[in-house]
Design a protein around this ligand. Structure first.
Ligand code: OXD
Ligand code: MN
Length: 583
């Protein structure tokens, strides 16, 4: 055995000494292994088979009703110094966190199997990709990791070659929310999670590794780990621009990544290519451009609202080989959720006979897990070891007022301010109140593994000689009129806005300079064929100076919370815009 594998072995055995499982199983990621695990979960009730004619090889998992979302107040960054974690994270001293977690892990796997899950985040041959090993006592987690990452023998071989991997220890524990903690030890490249089987808390490759630990590693290694989808927009001339876009959880990243062009665009030859729907790792290439990979291999998407109208590509990939979590089922055992269609479900997400008095049939954060390759718009470019070149970075939030449909940052520093100042109404993807506006810089508030002030400095540091950085934009699909009705149709029609963005990147579109950034000329967005209310475009592209002054003041207060660590360039930018609005 090589010394790299010996070190992994030693870690697995030390975990086993603490957690005392009945068995240890090293996952190879094979089909036979998956079938055996599925069989086991059908026997224990962890999985329920769905209609095998309409949805072959699809299963339903019903979680504990108290375990349905990420728990940000129980998620900690345990760096040696509190300041390294910053005001954007819950912090615990590493010694205290280790003591607390060791006590919770003590004997927690008695009677269970300990699964060792080697995985690679990103294409196996990619220099941008990184490996990890998750130890878990949940077969449901293993089945999800198999869809969401490159899991098994190939990842283990890369770990053996490289000798470096992120360690993740996960146990369902007793699922009591009082004993639920998601701990990150960035300096040890270690994650420990107990008491939850929910995706973002338990599939440790995703938020914990690819974002929290990943962002920490990216800072010291000169790359970016971001909460962004990656989509390719191909115009009728065959020119493709790849866009990386950050939106907070449950704000439509999956829909945007799989966008189906409006009919007139399709007929003209526009194509949309899906590389990723949630996470983007990017690094400067020798040509100075940012090159990006999707570290994931699957989608863990929000089910409610997914329909033939909003995301036909997602529906098409969900009729085989998928895991559904906390959705409802119809009388003939097909998965169902609010917004899917007009059918009435038979059982709700908790397995009760459906009764509207009990609330929605599917949990608002119910999910599907499926291999990315099943998506009709998936592109082989997602497997490119070198990644795809990014033309534009797009930030967006759910804001019913103020923020225009689209604007472009003047330059990189302004773009970093636009990302840092992002705010959005909260959603069901995390526990807590829904619909409250909160600052969510770069959509990374729940995911940045270190001090946001240092993270902003890291972003700023990409502007250097030889860099050919993407242009930065902000979009808002969620503007409402006085009656609470959405002003912009969204979904496939968002391509009309992406077209302007691509044209800006190619130097083909004009813009109007305003204090908040460059906006499209009123007729630069193609609205042909849209049934918009009179004046909608005016409202969508209007800059309300007085309201923006208040916004800039609020951004200034937010920046104050980072004290002296905030990069002065960002403060300067905020003051410059505030002065321009006042002047
Ligand atoms: C997710 C999330 O699951 O952001 O992607 O919560
Ligand atoms: Mn996400």
């Amino acid at each position: 055995m090589t010394s790299e594998l010996a070190a992994l072995n030693e870690w697995v055995h030390s975990v086993a000494r603490l957690t005392r499982p009945d068995r240890i199983h090293w996952c190879d990621g094979s089909e036979a292994e998956n079938q055996a695990l599925t069989q086991l979960m059908l026997e224990t009730g962890d999985l329920i088979e769905l209609n095998r004619h309409s949805h072959p090889n699809c299963y339903l998992h019903r979680s504990n009703p108290s375990d349905v979302a990420r728990v940000e107040h129980l998620t900690f960054v345990c760096s040696r110094e509190r300041e390294t974690a910053g005001p954007n994270n819950c912090w615990m001293a590493p010694d205290a966190a280790h003591a607390q977690m060791d006590a919770l892990f003590d004997g927690c796997m008695v009677g269970r199997t300990l699964y060792v899950v080697p995985y690679c985040m990103g294409p196996i041959a990619s220099p941008i990709a990184r490996c990890g090993v998750e130890i878990t006592d949940s077969p449901y987690v293993v089945a999800n990791m198999r869809l969401m990452t490159r899991m098994g023998a190939a990842a283990l071989a890369r770990i053996e070659r490289e000798g470096r991997f992120v360690k993740g220890l996960h146990s369902l524990g007793d699922l009591d929310p009082a004993r639920r903690f998601i701990m990150h030890f960035p300096e040890e490249l270690l994650i420990q999670s107990v008491g939850s089987g929910y995706g973002g808390n338990a599939l440790l490759g995703k938020k914990c590794h690819a974002l929290r630990i990943g962002s920490y590693q990216a800072q010291s290694e000169g790359w970016l780990a971001e909460h962004m989808l990656i989509v390719g927009i191909e115009n009728p001339q065959g020119e493709t621009h790849y866009i990386a876009a950050a939106f907070p959880s449950a704000c439509g990243k999956t829909n945007l990544a799989m966008l189906i062009p409006p009919a007139a665009y399709r007929e003209a030859g526009w194509k949309v290519w899906t590389v990723g729907d949630d996470i983007c790792w990017m690094q400067p290439g020798p040509d100075g451009q940012l090159w990006a990979i999707n570290p994931e291999a699957g989608f863990f998407g929000v089910a409610p609202g997914t329909s033939a109208k909003t995301n036909a590509n997602a529906l098409a990939m969900l009729n085989r080989d998928a895991i559904f979590t906390n959705v409802a089922v119809t009388a003939d055992n097909q998965p169902w959720w609010e917004g899917l269609d007009q059918r009435v479900p038979a059982k709700d997400w908790q397995g009760r006979d459906y009764d509207p008095a009990n609330g929605p049939a599917a949990h608002p954060n119910s999910r599907f897990t499926v291999s990315a390759r099943q998506c009709p718009s998936w592109t082989e470019r997602a497997e490119d070891a070198g990644g795809v070149p990014i033309s534009a970075i797009v930030f967006g939030g759910r804001r019913e007022s103020l923020i225009p449909l689209v604007f472009e940052a003047r330059d990189w520093t302004h773009g970093v301010l636009v990302g840092a100042a992002m705010a959005s109404e909260t959603t069901a993807a995390a526990t807590g109140a829904v619909g409250v506006v909160r600052r969510d810089s770069m959509a990374m508030k729940p995911f940045c593994g270190y001090n946001f002030a240092d993270y902003f400095s890291h972003w700023l540091s990409f502007e250097k000689a030889g860099a050919r950085l993407p242009r930065i934009f902000h979009v808002n699909w969620f503007r409402k009129d006085a009656d609470g009705k959405f002003l912009w149709p969204g979904f496939g029609d968002n391509l009309r806005v992406l077209e302007w963005i691509c044209n800006r990147c190619a130097g083909r579109a004009d813009a109007v300079a305003t204090p908040i950034g460059n906006l499209p000329d009123p007729d630069a967005i193609n609205i042909e064929g849209l049934d918009l209310d009179a004046g909608a475009m005016h409202t969508l592209l209007h800059v309300d100076s007085a309201a923006w002054q208040a916004e800039l003041a609020a951004i200034g207060e937010y920046f104050d919370s980072f004290g002296d660590r905030l990069p002065p360039a960002l403060r300067g930018e905020q003051q410059r815009i505030a002065a321009a609005l006042a002047g």
